[in-house]
Design a protein around this ligand. Structure first.
Ligand SMILES: [Zn+2]
Length: 325
């Protein structure tokens, strides 16, 4: 090989090497992209709307001690976020529309509003009801949306505690037809108790399950009722559903899943219902599709009932009258 050819090969080799370095540099820049500080779009005022980065998250501040978080209803699918490669990716359809209908009903009939936080990203991009690793799977833009979603919830909780000293977050979901084809039309209410735990007798539940393990610890303390009463007694949330012709589980009619599919509450219910630093409770609501969130009429009809039963629930267990704050 002549000297010239060797020199040429060396030149090509170093050229390729430097190209690689350029590529690496690009990656480094992407990894370290700086976002504006969380909270820089605040202060958060009642009646205003906040959109988060690129509108991936929406925050509507409210004025009553109720938070509605909606993690699985989004449909935005940006190319800057690659698809998640593991975990559930099914959308809880019409749950954003349902949350908005509830918010509208509170306002049009009682001139009050809950705090509402919505993840607008499709679940293939972000699962806003998982820990950050599974939720965003290392994509910095999905991680940012995750951080904003929880930042807004935390700001809402902070505002509520400063004004009302306690509150409840309802994490809104939708369940579909079971794998075996059974279409369960009950709303599954999740307090972090598993199906197996709910399958026990009231006595067993009251004697053996610690109220520290459920997401309504602070509600239980205020209410003075036993855990089993809160789950399926006459003043339980499930009972209030059933008094209004919507079936629920657990409830007086359906005390436990009895082998049926049931979701007991996920990351958000745990995160906002078990942190003892805050006098706050959290409840997961898994709504059926048919007759509840399928059409605008169903959603409006259910919203009118839900607003009244949340009012009743607060009155009974927290001694707070949402309609005259
Ligand atoms: Zn869900």
């Amino acid at each position: 090989m002549t000297y010239t050819i060797r020199l040429f090969i060396c030149f090509v080799f170093f050229f390729l090497l430097s190209c690689n370095k350029e590529e690496e540099k690009k990656d480094v820049v992407l990894e370290s992209e700086e976002f504006t500080e969380l909270g820089s779009d605040g202060p958060y005022l009642y009646g205003e709307t906040y959109q988060g980065r690129k509108g991936y998250t929406t925050y509507y501040p409210g004025n009553i001690p109720v938070i509605l978080s909606i993690p699985h209803g989004g449909d935005i699918s940006p190319s800057e976020i690659s698809n998640r490669t593991y975990g559930v990716t099914v959308t809880d359809s019409n749950t954003i529309e349902l949350g908005i209908a509830i918010r509208n009903y509170f306002y049009s009939n009682h001139n009050i509003r809950p705090y509402v936080i919505i993840n607008n990203l499709k679940r293939t991009k972000l699962d806003a009801n998982r820990d950050k690793v599974e939720a965003a799977q290392n994509n910095i833009y999905a991680e940012r949306a995750f951080d904003e979603f929880h930042f807004y919830i935390e700001k809402a909780r902070e505002d509520i505690i400063s004004k009302f000293s306690t509150g409840i977050l309802f994490d809104i979901h939708g369940h579909g037809i079971n794998p075996d084809g059974f279409n369960d039309l009950r709303t599954w209410i999740g307090y972090l108790l598993t199906a197996d735990e709910l399958d026990n007798s009231d006595d067993y539940i009251d004697q053996n399950i610690s109220i520290n393990d459920v997401s309504i610890y602070s509600l239980l303390n205020s209410s003075g009722q036993t855990l089993s009463e809160l789950l399926s007694g006459p003043n339980s949330l499930g009972a209030l559903f059933e008094n209004n012709n919507y079936t629920a589980l657990p409830s007086p009619e359906s005390r436990s899943p009895e082998g049926m599919r049931y979701f007991s509450g996920g990351y958000n219910t745990f995160r906002y219902g078990t942190n003892r630093e805050f006098n706050f409770s959290s409840i997961q609501l898994e709504f059926p599709f048919q007759g509840l969130r399928d059409t605008p009429q169903s959603r409006t009809q259910f919203s009118s009932i839900f607003v009244d039963l949340v009012h009743e629930y607060f009155l009974i267990h927290l001694n707070i009258d949402l309609f005259s704050l």
